[in-house]
Design a protein around this ligand. Structure first.
Ligand SMILES: C[S@@+](CC[C@H](N)C(=O)[O-])C[C@H]1O[C@@H](n2cnc3c(N)ncnc32)[C@H](O)[C@@H]1O
Length: 251
């Protein structure tokens, strides 16, 4: 059997949002590397007794990957858990590249991302016909910075559904920029530690985003979804319209 290290998205917190694939991997791993600042212990509790659990929040890339390589070369089943989906702000690529250089095979298993859960809690469809058909996933620059062509100003011009990750500390400037393009009454879903036991979500208006964030002392693990599609009357889609023929409903 081909041996590989699995990078697994475990969702934003609630263990019930794990995929079956992720669960099976956690239940059979010898060594689990996990992003402990964003993954609850409850998920790690699915692991087998005697498995080694390595928290990564205090480790460097070099430390993480050298430990992974060491355990893998000892013949152990190694998995790496990331919160949400690994393709979003997961710092996954740099790990995969180091393992590739060592000729270690890898795979990535997707997970549910924070924005999807926050939207689901409010039964929001973020792509309503004639309102918006686009979702932008982005962040405030912060210490990582943003490519010039992706300034919030440029993205906000589309007035689409827009999800802000990693942005609670920069919400004042984000609100100011967004208000240049979206009406002040635009609805915003704010989710703090969504799907954790102490997590919550709320719907507010864009003009109150900064004030609300300050009042609730939001500085981390917060998702914002700004969208003209939240709390609107849905325009009818073509998909289920009797006058619209398609492959599965031709006649
Ligand atoms: C390093 S990024 C990782 C994102 C993750 N890969 C995902 O797909 O959700 C961390 C940011 O994701 C968002 N996030 C992750 N989990 C969250 C949760 N349970 N509730 C609210 N926001 C969350 C926050 O914006 C947080 O600052």
């Amino acid at each position: 059997m081909d041996r590989k290290i699995s990078f697994i998205g475990v969702g934003p917190g609630d263990p019930d949002l794990l995929t079956i694939k992720a669960l099976k991997k956690i239940e059979s791993a010898d060594v689990i590397f996990w992003a402990d600042s964003l993954i609850p212990q409850k998920i790690i509790n699915f692991s087998i007794e005697g498995s080694e659990k390595i928290k990564t929040s205090t480790l460097t890339l070099e430390k993480i990957t050298s430990k992974m390589i060491e355990r893998f070369n000892e013949g152990k089943t190694v998995i790496r858990l990331h919160d949400g989906d690994p393709c979003l702000y997961g710092a996954v690529k740099e790990q995969l590249e180091i393992l590739k250089q060592k000729n270690i095979e890898t795979e990535v298993i997707p997970g549910v991302s924070a924005f999807q859960v926050a939207a689901a809690y409010h039964q929001a469809e973020l792509t309503i016909p004639d309102i918006t058909q686009t979702i932008i996933l982005t962040r405030a620059g912060g210490r990582t910075g943003m490519p010039e062509k992706e300034s919030l100003e440029d993205l906000a011009k589309h007035k689409s559904s827009l999800c802000l990750y990693l942005s609670a500390r920069h919400i004042k400037s984000s609100q100011k920029t967004l208000l240049e393009f979206y009406p002040p009454e635009t609805k915003v879903i704010v989710g703090y530690r969504v799907s954790w036991d102490d997590g919550w979500t709320s719907v507010i208006e864009l003009k109150d985003m900064e004030k609300f964030s300050l009042e609730n002392e939001l500085i981390r693990t917060t998702i914002y979804i700004v969208s003209p599609a939240i709390n609107t009357i849905a325009n009818r889609s073509n998909l289920y319209n009797p006058s619209y023929k398609h492959l599965f409903r031709g006649k």
